[in-house]
Structures are given as structure tokens and as C-alpha cells.
Write a protein that binds this ligand. Structure first.
Ligand SMILES: [Fe+2]
Length: 229
């Protein structure tokens, strides 16, 4: 009787170990990849030159992807060794490069050539909420541009949706901190790192932030709003 009980317990332990091993094997990190742009580099020239778009996407964003994958690979190795100090050490690189990948991936889809709807104003519930909070779309754009122009150093301006208060908010982030760190869901992001505008606008960041509205893809912003609310 005791022998049978012990045999059953042993079998059960072996099964648990096998399941745990199998579970570890299925946790492999899926590498991030550089997404294709949904338009050509030269198609946003009403606001951003093809030269900036090409460098920004193929060099800057690509570097964030490469460095994020490298940091995650090291993180996995550290995790496998239970090296907590190393795991903590890597968090800065993961936040910076992972944030850069996440932010740019949203930014590209937030933009569109005028021939594909870029610059066409929002309608419906999103427009109603913008007008209720800022008085008009124009006033929202002016406020967003002024708030984002005031980011010190490198960073981003965002229109975010606060799911707790069910409201829209203009927020800013330093460096590559993602919008989610502000407690809001990202709807529209504008990159104000110098690499995003300097070749076209030199030091005049406000001119870039005035022109960007010509290529904002409000259709994409609305899709994000509908998914977030
Ligand atoms: Fe950027």
C-alpha cells in the first residue's frame, strides 16, 4: 500500500518536472523586428523630408530594435542563472531601447501622406471629446504643439487616453519612456528628438510641430481610441 502511494507520488513529481521544463522551453523571447512603413519615405514631405524619414526609420529605429533584442537576450541568460543583479542592471537598456521601438512603431502609423488621409480631421466621438476638453480641434493642436515644444532635451508629446477617468490627456515623456508610463494609453505620439526634425527645421522645433498636423493620420488615432475606451 505504502509502496503504491510512494510510486504514485514519484510519478506525479516527474510529471510536474516535465511540465515545468516544457513550460520553460516555450518561454523563448520572440525577437522584435523593424516594421515596414505603410508609405514611402518621401510621401510625408508636406511636413517631413524623405531624407529624415529614411534615416529615422532605417537607422535610428533599427538601432533601438537591435539593442533591445541584445538586452533581452542578456536578460534571459541572467534570468536562467537567477542573476538578479544583472537582471536589474539591464532594465535601463530594456526601457530605453524597448521604449524606442514601441514609440516609433506607434509614430509611423500615426502619420500618413495626405493622399492616404493624412491631415484629414477626426470626426465622431473622438472629435467630440477633443472639443469638450479643449474647445476646438485647432485649440487642441495649438496646446499639444506648445506642450510638446517645451519638452526639455529629447522626448515625446502624446495624446493619451486615461482609462480610469475616461478622459483624453496631453502628456510628455523624456527620452524613450513610453506613453504607458504616464498611466495613459497612447493614441497619438510626436517624436521631438532632434533626429526627427533637425535636418528640415534646424533649431525651430515649433515649426516642425506646426507642420506635423498636415500628415497626422487621425484615422489611426481614432482606431487606437476605439480600442482603448
Ligand atoms: Fe525618433
Amino acid at each position: 500500500m505504502l509502496r503504491n502511494t510512494l510510486a504514485t507520488a514519484l510519478k506525479s513529481t516527474k510529471a510536474m518536472r516535465a511540465r515545468a521544463a516544457s513550460s520553460k522551453q516555450t518561454r523563448a523571447f520572440t525577437q522584435a523586428t523593424l516594421p515596414d512603413l505603410p508609405y514611402g519615405y518621401g510621401e510625408l514631405e508636406d511636413a517631413i523630408s524623405g531624407q529624415i524619414m529614411e534615416i529615422h526609420h532605417s537607422k535610428h529605429h533599427n538601432t533601438y530594435v537591435t539593442n533591445f533584442n541584445a538586452a533581452m537576450e542578456q536578460y534571459q541568460e541572467a534570468e536562467a542563472k537567477n542573476d538578479v543583479a544583472k537582471m536589474i542592471q539591464l532594465q535601463g537598456a530594456i526601457k530605453f531601447n524597448g521604449g524606442g521601438h514601441v514609440n516609433h512603431s506607434i509614430f509611423w502609423t500615426n502619420l500618413a501622406p495626405p493622399s492616404q488621409g493624412g491631415g484629414a480631421p477626426p470626426t465622431g466621438e473622438l472629435l467630440n471629446m477633443i472639443e469638450a476638453k479643449w474647445g476646438s480641434l485647432e485649440n487642441f493642436q495649438t496646446t499639444f504643439s506648445a506642450t510638446t515644444a517645451a519638452v526639455q532635451g529629447s522626448g515625446w508629446g502624446w495624446l493619451g487616453y486615461n482609462q480610469g477617468s475616461k478622459s483624453l490627456e496631453i502628456v510628455t515623456c523624456a527620452n524613450q519612456d513610453p506613453c504607458s508610463t504616464t498611466g495613459t494609453v497612447p493614441l497619438l505620439g510626436v517624436d521631438v528628438w532632434e533626429h526627427a526634425y533637425y535636418l528640415d527645421y534646424k533649431n525651430v522645433r515649433p515649426d516642425y510641430l506646426k507642420a506635423i498636423w498636415k500628415v497626422v493620420n487621425w484615422g489611426n488615432v481614432t482606431e487606437r481610441f476605439n480600442a482603448a475606451k
